[in-house]
Design a protein around this ligand. Structure first.
Ligand code: GLA
Length: 389
């Protein structure tokens, strides 16, 4: 165990749930690890390959230990973790604070310490910990503290990814549990409405996330294009309608600007080049991974405050990331007054604007920046203060 704090910056990786649901196996996970390297995702910073729900047998063994599904993982979990490690990546798995996982497999309630031990023996580096089938009289806060303590003492560095969907005012108590990230919303769906709902619900909550304990807005749907295979588990036709590339671009930019972990949810083995371009955008990832881990604040557009806004995130070294977003269904002009971000005209400074998708330097602006945004589109700028007079 390293003694180093984990998750200094938002964790980045891939999770099986969004696309595969229950339909997971050893071959898939090995294939994903291979692709991480081949597609340059590892070089872009993605690190954790995480198996979600449905990996175990329905019953524990005679010693109360979890048993990997004999068909999906015939060699157990350890060789899969070893393979992922052999690629220079990290390996994650899933359990639940309740008696059962959301899909009905054994949960870790009253088995926290033995499960943490098992995970450590298998070489697990990341545990997603869900909230289904929680005994009604067992306070969630205490259940996350239990697993937090078990993980912190299991002899291995394991990132603790809490997933209680924002229930019970989780942001008030989760940092003390030792969790490095916590889900703040219900499950994302591969459609624009779902992405928009999550964002709107988390604006103004930026102060609750930060270094070593990040607000997790759920796995990315970028590149899924309606191809998720978990409809049975999620039980809803039409929920997985997919998004346009512009919507995926904006989805990724929002997660990055809002300091969410970046966990890919599409089948990267089949992802389009546009999806991979979005997911690999170095300059956007740099904003998300900025070492100071400061959340953005929001400046809302006066005539459509809920759906047209700028996010401003101070970066280490003096730069500012400025994202301008139009979540509405019609094109919109928007104007960011520099007064609102603490830059008075009398200072004699302006801001240089570098757009992180086009890679273009758009010049130095004073007083304000006005742009026109197509529906659901965004600009993400890296800005520097420049003396103008
Ligand atoms: C919950 C979680 C999802 C996923 C499923 C698995 O719904 O929020 O992210 O882990 O359970 O059953």
């Amino acid at each position: 165990m390293s003694n180093l704090p984990l998750a200094k910056t938002p964790p980045m990786g891939w999770n099986s749930w969004n696309t595969f649901g229950w339909n997971i196996n050893e071959e898939l996970i090995r294939g994903i690890a291979d692709k991480f390297v081949e597609l340059g995702l590892k070089d872009a910073g993605y690190e954790y390959v995480v198996i979600d729900d449905c990996w175990s047998e329905k019953e524990r063994d005679e010693n109360g230990r979890l048993v990997p599904d004999r068909n999906k993982f015939p060699n157990g979990i350890k060789p899969v973790a070893d393979y992922v490690h052999s690629k220079g990546l990290k390996f994650g798995i899933y359990s639940c604070a309740g008696t059962h996982t959301c899909a009905g497999y054994p949960g870790s309630f009253e088995h926290e310490f033995v499960d943490a031990q098992t995970f450590a023996e298998w070489g697990v580096d990341y545990l997603k910990y869900d909230y289904c089938y929680r005994p009604i009289h067992a306070p969630g806060e205490n259940l996350y503290k239990r697993m937090g303590m078990a993980l912190r003492n299991c002899g291995r560095d394991i990132v603790f990814s809490a997933c209680n969907w924002g229930n019970d005012d989780v942001w008030r108590w989760i940092r003390e549990s030792g969790a490095q990230l916590y889900r703040s919303t219900g499950d994302i769906q591969d459609n624009w409405q779902s992405i928009k709902n999550i964002v709107v619900s988390q604006i103004d909550r930026e102060c609750y996330g930060g270094t070593y304990c990040w607000n997790d807005m759920d796995m990315l749907t970028v590149g899924m294009h309606g191809k998720g295979d978990n409809t049975e588990v999620l039980g809803g036709e039409g929920k997985l309608a997919g998004c346009s590339d512009i919507q995926y671009k904006t989805h990724f930019a929002l997660w990055a600007m809002m300091n969410s972990p970046l966990m890919i949810g599409c089948d990267i083995r089949k992802a389009s080049s546009e999806a991979l371009k979005i997911l690999s955008n170095k300059e956007i990832i740099e904003i998300n991974q900025d070492i100071e881990g400061r959340g953005p604040y929001c400046i809302k557009q006066w005539n459509n405050p809920d759906h047209v806004f700028s996010l401003i995130k101070p970066l280490s070294g003096g730069d500012y990331a400025i994202g301008m977003f139009n979540l509405s269904d019609s094109a919109s002009e928007m104007s960011l007054q520099f007064f609102d971000i603490g830059l008075p005209t009398a200072s004699g400074y302006g801001l240089s604007f570098h757009e992180c998708h086009s890679g273009e330097d758009e010049g130095v602006f004073t007083e304000r920046r006005a742009v026109r945004l197509e529906p659901h589109d965004c600009y993400v700028y890296r800005c520097k203060l420049v003396k103008v007079k």
